[in-house]
Design a protein around this ligand. Structure first.
Ligand SMILES: NC(=O)c1ccc[n+]([C@@H]2O[C@H](COP(=O)([O-])OP(=O)(O)OC[C@H]3O[C@@H](n4cnc5c(N)ncnc54)[C@H](OP(=O)(O)O)[C@@H]3O)[C@@H](O)[C@H]2O)c1
Length: 319
């Protein structure tokens, strides 16, 4: 059942676009749910899936902003959801389940990056809580609809997962908060989540994937001062990319998650980390690509699932 971290020569690459990977794929009659589907690569994901015929549900922390961003795209529905608030996650899931619809595609694209130390809920570190725990609770609460759809769940992680494994002794960064280490941990959690969900769900007809979309200039960088982005070599003093070829466009950035959600080449596979529209290789040494062993380790994946169940009080697969 375990899919190896080995490319499959998909025929797509770093510069493929979401529309290109959907070429020839008809999503008429399919329902997709895209968190963060109104900004950055999420917005482009929504646009491409809707263009291919899917009905797309976009749960939004700012529904009015989402409705504005999505105006003019047919087949899209906006609802309210704050991933940092488990009551909001429960309420959204209850409203959705009450409609009796199944979900064919879930794409967890919402995220925050490198924010100043912020606490949500019962004092949880905001990046771990929003990027991981909120999505964990959302998928578990929506599981009856996801199982009915029998499709795929896609966790949008990042190459930033290579910055940190799970800090088992201090998951909530009660000591020594570091905004990049916290982002790295949260993005490792996204990969481990997909790994264990796939283990639990494959036998019930649902597969899960994680991925790095590439580097794309979007509102995700909102917490980074310009000086830091200049020092990182991303932009110049005028705010322009130093190396425009080093960044993907939003159309390219959305491609890997759309490919993960729809490609027939991934039928029968799951639990793996993707990048550039293919299965990624294991990361070795000080590499810029690939997936770290700790992020796809089945024991850590099961341990994170158990911790997430304990923290959120939800586990669709318990018992
Ligand atoms: N851009 C990159 O270079 C890059 C690289 C690697 C990985 N990624 C990953 O790709 C994903 C999408 O990033 P992006 O570049 O598209 O960022 P983005 O433009 O900032 O979009 C992120 C979305 O997440 C939503 N969100 C944030 N907190 C939320 C909450 N508490 N509840 C509900 N929604 C919330 C935002 O809503 P609001 O606008 O209302 O806050 C926004 O719609 C993220 O998971 C990110 O980690 C991006």
């Amino acid at each position: 059942m375990t899919t190896p971290q080995k490319p499959i020569a998909s025929g797509f690459g770093a510069h493929s676009t979401a529309d290109e990977v959907l070429s020839g794929i008809d999503l008429t009659g399919k329902l997709a749910l895209v968190t963060g589907g109104y900004s950055g690569i999420g917005l482009e994901t929504t646009r491409a899936l809707a263009k291919a015929g899917a009905h797309v549900v976009v749960p939004a922390r700012r529904p009015e902003t989402a409705a504005e961003a999505l105006a003019g795209i047919d087949g899209v529905e906006v609802d309210r959801l704050d991933l940092g608030d488990l009551d909001s996650v429960r309420d959204f899931a209850d409203r959705f389940l009450a409609t009796g619809r199944g979900i064919d595609i879930v794409i967890n694209s919402a995220g925050i990056m490198a924010c100043p130390e912020t606490r949500v809920g019962p004092g949880w570190e905001a990046q771990f809580a929003t990027n991981h725990l909120g999505h964990y609770a959302l998928v578990n609460r929506l599981w009856p609809a996801i199982e009915r759809g029998g499709g795929r769940v896609v966790a949008v992680s990042s190459g930033g997962h290579r910055l940190s494994s799970i800090r088992w002794g201090d998951v909530q960064f009660e000591q020594d908060y570091d905004k990049w280490q916290a982002y790295g941990q949260a993005k490792t959690a996204n990969v481990l989540f997909a790994r264990h969900l796939d283990t639990l769900a494959a036998g019930r007809g649902v597969r899960a994937f994680a991925l790095h979309p590439g580097g794309i200039l979007t509102p995700l960088q909102r917490h980074l001062p310009k000086s830091e982005m200049v020092a990182l070599g991303w932009i110049d003093e005028d705010g322009k990319p130093v190396d425009p070829t080093g960044f993907k466009s939003p159309e390219e950035g959305a491609a890997t998650q759309v490919w993960a959600a729809t490609s027939p080449a991934l039928d029968g596979l799951g639990g793996v980390y993707l990048e550039d529209c293919d299965i990624a290789v294991p990361a070795e040494g000080d590499t810029r690509g690939g997936v770290r062993d700790y992020a796809v380790d089945p024991e850590q994946a099961a341990r994170l699932w158990a911790l997430s169940a304990e923290l959120t009080g939800v586990d669709a697969f318990a018992g």
